[in-house]
Write a protein that binds this ligand. Structure first.
Ligand code: ZN
Length: 141
């Protein structure tokens, strides 16, 4: 089992096939903080995951920088967005995080960034990935 498979296995176990992919740009952080203050568990998870990932990016060796998932440019801590893939549940403990460089994150809409990430995941990790549009939160069926 290679390194990526070892890291993905706990995520697969937790997700049971239902993953969520959240693209977070730095301009989203104030709204996330506000949601945390209102008791939003998923916003708190997102910020914790983002903080841990940024620490890893800062500590990366210069010869092994974190690369953009959609174009392979080196990313710098202050100039990119992140895609967080986790189980679609409030108590998720596992996540895969991918960096998106300023060039890719700054030139497209959120929908186009998500489409690029989905293509990346389909090509590199889950060839049978299908995107399901979630029901709006707060509604009743
Ligand atoms: Zn890029």
């Amino acid at each position: 089992m290679d390194n990526l498979n070892l890291r993905i296995h706990p995520l697969h176990t937790e997700a049971a096939g239902l993953l969520t992919c959240q693209v977070v740009r730095f301009s989203d952080v104030p709204a996330l903080l506000l949601n945390v203050a209102r008791g939003d568990v998923r916003a708190a998870q997102t910020l914790r995951t983002l903080d841990q990932f940024l620490t890893n990016v800062e500590r990366a060796k210069p010869q092994e920088p974190t690369l953009c998932a959609t174009c392979d440019r080196s990313v710098q801590q202050s100039s990119f967005a992140c895609a967080i893939v986790s189980a679609d549940r409030d108590d998720a403990t596992q996540a895969l995080v991918f960096a998106i460089c300023f060039h890719c994150a700054g030139t497209g809409s959120l929908a186009s960034i998500k489409a690029r990430i989905e293509d990346f995941l389909r090509e590199n990790i889950w060839p049978e990935l299908r995107v399901i549009n979630p029901a709006p939160h707060g509604g009743r069926a």
